[in-house]
Design a protein around this ligand. Structure first.
Ligand SMILES: Nc1ncnc2c1ncn2[C@@H]1O[C@H](COP(=O)(O)OP(=O)(O)OP(=O)(O)O)[C@@H](O)[C@H]1O
Ligand SMILES: [Mg+2]
Length: 218
């Protein structure tokens, strides 16, 4: 598993009703398999950028291409794009509370069809990689914040996406736990090499990524 390159060219994005654009001709090239930190003050457009790349939001003009293929228009094509290409994780892991860790990790695959024995092995590997090999049968309410964050990170990788889009995945954690979860994030990235955008307010974490893109600065 290795990511595709991400290319954003001349992105223009203004939310309906807002006077000012969030992006006014933003461009960036991210190499395949890179780990790129996205930083910048609150409100500058970090989440908006991830939402556009994920095909969850619309923009007026500009091209976002993954592996040379533009993110498609149209609800169905976008849904397929997201299923095939994109893994998202957020500040809150949003695990389904009445399902076990393993069941939560099967969810993205159930949407596509059945969960094969190979996929069960893959889920087990992902859990082991983040030190949760023994916690697959726990309910989310029986996990610490750091453990839940790790489940959120791997759930975004279950479908083997080429893009791993992470919006402050450690933002909710105390510094020691954030550091621990970031270590697992680095390990997953080194092993699987998805092309990764990591939004973070933590300069110490950003400087350990391969590259930092600061939004809002010319
Ligand atoms: N749905 C929306 N409708 C209108 N304006 C929005 C919407 N979502 C975001 N905005 C505005 O767009 C700008 C960028 O917001 P965004 O959430 O991308 O910022 P951010 O960099 O992720 O901030 P933070 O660090 O606080 O998460 C802000 O000015 C925000 O108010
Ligand atoms: Mg945000």
């Amino acid at each position: 598993m290795i990511g595709h390159p991400l290319s954003i060219t001349g992105l223009h994005k203004t939310y309906p009703g807002n006077a000012h654009p969030v992006f006014d001709g933003f461009s960036i090239e991210v190499e395949a398999g890179s780990l790129c930190a996205i930083v910048g003050v609150s409100g500058v457009g970090k989440t908006t950028l991830l939402n556009c790349v994920a095909g969850l939001d619309h923009w007026e003009s500009g091209i976002i291409a993954v592996g040379g293929e533009p993110v498609p228009d149209g609800a169905e094509a976008r849904a397929l794009y997201r299923r095939r290409r994109v893994g998202l994780a957020f500040q809150q892991p949003h695990l389904l509370p009445e399902f076990t860790v393993r069941e939560n990790l099967r969810m993205p695959l159930l949407i596509d069809g059945e969960v094969t024995p190979e996929a069960e092995v893959w889920i087990g590997q992902l859990l082991s990689t983040v030190g949760l090999g023994d916690l697959g049968e726990r309910l989310p309410g029986q996990l610490s914040g750091g453990e839940a964050a790790r489940v959120g990170l791997v759930r975004a990788l279950v479908r083997k996406p080429t893009l791993w889009l992470l919006d402050e995945p450690t933002g909710n954690l105390d510094p020691a736990t954030a550091e621990e979860v970031f270590g697992f994030l680095l390990g997953l990235h080194a092993e699987l090499r998805p092309t990764t955008l990591l939004v973070t307010h933590n300069p110490g974490l950003a400087e350990r990524c391969m590259r930092t893109v600061r939004l809002g600065c010319v």
